[in-house]
Design a protein around this ligand. Sequence first.
Ligand SMILES: Cc1ncc(COP(=O)(O)O)c(C=O)c1O
Length: 383
Amino acid sequence: MRSISYGRQFISQDDIDAVVETLQSDFLTQGPKIVEFEQKFAAYVGADYALAVSNGTAALHLSALALGVKKGDKIITTPLTFVASANSILYCEGEIDFVDIDPHTYLLDLDKLEEKLSKSAPNTYKGIIPVDFAGYPIQAERFRNIANKYNLWIIEDACHAPGAYFIDSDEKKQKTGNGIYSDIQVFSFHPVKHIATGEGGMITTNSKELYDKLCLLRTHGITKDPDKLSENHGGWYYEMQELGYNYRLCDIQASLGVSQLKRAEEGVLKRNSIAEKYNTAFTDLDIQTPFVADDSYHAYHLYIIQVEDRKGLYEHLRSNNIFAQVLYSPVHLQPYYKQFGWKKGDFPVVENYYERCLALPMFPTLSNEEQDYVIEKVKEFIM
Ligand SMILES: Cc1ncc(COP(=O)(O)O)c(C=O)c1O
């Protein structure tokens, strides 16, 4: 049996054919595949606009720039995320503050967020970056209500959650990324994610104003749009109007994305059936399985359990060729973040989670036989 990692991409023959076709076409970058990927992704999540970028981190950075983050601006995020969610603010010389997680959902704790905001001077914070951790969708409607009350913007880090949804107070299904409640949502197409393009990312929004800013910033702050030029010397003429970046995706990657997107729905269903099988197998054992509320549909980028002897289980699985993973070491305890004064004990819920968490193999091509083997090895250690 092959070694089994916690996540893995799935590249089909159709994916390969799609990439080869682009390699043989006229455009390797900035061609038709980018636009097709953007339009199809926007339709998949139900957003008005989608902008393809070079990776999820670039998506976060551009979003922070488009929302005007500048020196000294204070932004709140969760300590349970990949460092990029917080780093994007530091890139703009902003400051990061954290709110601990809910011990059941592992998402940024909304009650603690409200408490913090209500005790802070008005306008202390500019925005919040909640994360759909492991693929469990945030209650975006509640975030919106809080954001409106305290005049905050929301960048939803949805890198783990394409295909997730929750039911809002009007009984409407709200797909992650549809832009109804968050100002901006960002996605990543790193190989362990739902859709793989090698490196890659997407930003979705329903704001034309933000979309226009994001387009400009993605390509050096340069525009060729005749309506936006201050002068016009001819067809070749362009202007750099902002300090932007080259954060573009290329057509080779986008063609892989378009092809992968066709299987996205199927992949989320498969992830849910894998989760159900794990849940059933671990019933009555000393294992905390993922919590999912009735009004939420999990996209299961990760399947995370909590156990007493996490290190022991991690090593037991490794010695049996199963590469479970610990995700994540809390951001506030990273050496770089400690320089800002964060220390152990600041966020006890996430710190306790970190001592006990383990992501078991979760990817659509995990076979029945492989999953049975993982379950057997987990049980062998726990029982
Ligand atoms: C929650 C979260 N945000 C942002 C990122 C950054 O995405 P990328 O690796 O595409 O830059 C990741 C990637 O792992 C992530 O898990």
